[in-house]
Design a protein around this ligand. Structure first.
Ligand code: AMP
Ligand code: MG
Length: 322
């Protein structure tokens, strides 16, 4: 599918080259609901037709990824693999396998603060948000027992996935949107579009800057009521926090992010902003730093290349890690 669309884009590009002198670049903007969120693409192109074609290629790629990675779709590759991976190793697509590899790497690095098998806990807390009642402690204990990235076994030689424990479930919610943004930008680039911004429901990835500019100005909420402008080029910025998805129960605000080690939803209302080269990294680290002990988070970010973070604590204190 991608190859066909790529060829289409290439043909369009060749046609335009043959047409003669390049025209000045114009700004185009497109939006679609994908992966349960609003994806927005802003790009600069010489011609509307080319911009439209490129954006369609990018949206098609996002849709394709959703078909692979969604935990909402019964027929997604993720759900199909999950259903059978305890009985026998399941060969996965390069996309799913790559994301699982990256997730496990992060899980190890963060000592399980980030855990791609956290889904049973996430589901209980999702229910809590809907019913406004805390999860039953017994159910919580049982769900906790089902969580553990060490039970997710990957064989990179055969690109296969195996569950060492029945009932293991995978949740790519902390990284998939970022990954989709990365892939969407690549799709635009394959169509010859370099000056582009992808907004994956608030997680932003930018390529080359708009014509004549040093970067894209991205305005993001960094604390309640406080916005900050970032000037970015070939970078991504992602935020995690309890801004939109939370349950207010018994005087506490429970986030949609769960600490897999305790089974508890986060209640400390951090707002984490991460800048990285690619969106999967920014997205995943924003979630990981929401869970991690602050000092450990600082150490880990220090050890990474081209990743920086800003954490606004509910006390009003703001920490910068780089
Ligand atoms: P984000 O909005 O990027 O911070 O991702 C939050 C989503 O990641 C949640 O809705 C869950 O699907 C998933 N999630 C929650 N807690 C964790 C965790 N500790 N590790 C990995 N994924 C998580
Ligand atoms: Mg995330």
């Amino acid at each position: 599918m991608l190859v066909t669309l790529r060829t289409l884009c290439l043909c369009g590009f060749l046609f335009l080259c043959l047409e003669g002198v390049p025209k000045p670049l114009e700004r185009f903007e497109y939006a679609r609901i994908e992966m349960g969120t609003r994806f927005r693409i802003v790009l600069y192109a010489e011609q509307e037709e080319r911009a439209r074609q490129a954006s369609q290629t990018a949206f098609a790629r996002i849709e394709e990824l959703d078909r692979l990675l969604s935990d909402y779709r019964d027929d997604s590759e993720l759900n199909r693999v999950s259903l059978q991976a305890f009985d026998a190793p399941q060969v996965a697509s390069p996309e799913l396998f790559g994301l699982l590899e990256e997730s496990i790497r992060l899980s190890r690095l963060t000592g399980g603060a980030f855990d791609v098998t956290v889904r049973p806990l996430v589901e209980l807390w999702r229910e809590a948000r809907q019913t406004n009642r805390l999860p039953d402690p017994e159910k919580l204990a049982r769900a906790r027992g089902k969580v553990g990235y060490r039970n997710l076994l990957l064989n990179s030689r055969t690109r296969s996935v195996r569950f060492a424990r029945a009932g293991l479930q995978i949740d790519l919610g902390a990284i998939a949107k970022g990954f989709a943004a990365d892939q969407a930008l690549e799709a635009l680039q394959s169509c010859g579009i370099e000056r582009a911004l992808i907004d994956a429901g608030g997680d932003i990835l930018v390529g080359q800057p708009p014509p004549g500019k040093a970067g894209w100005t991205v305005s993001l909420k960094v604390r309640k009521g406080e916005y900050r402008d970032y000037l970015l080029a070939n970078q991504s910025i992602a935020t995690s926090g309890d801004e939109f998805q939370y349950a207010q129960i018994g005087g506490h605000r429970y986030s949609h992010i769960v600490d897999p080690r305790s089974g508890q939803a986060l209640t400390d209302s951090r707002l984490v902003t991460v800048i990285a080269r690619d969106a999967a990294t920014a997205d995943a680290w924003a979630t990981a730093l929401s869970v991690l002990d602050l000092e450990r988070g600082r150490e880990l970010i220090k050890g990474l290349n081209e990743v920086s973070a800003r954490i606004a604590l509910s006390s009003g204190e703001v920490l910068t890690f780089e």
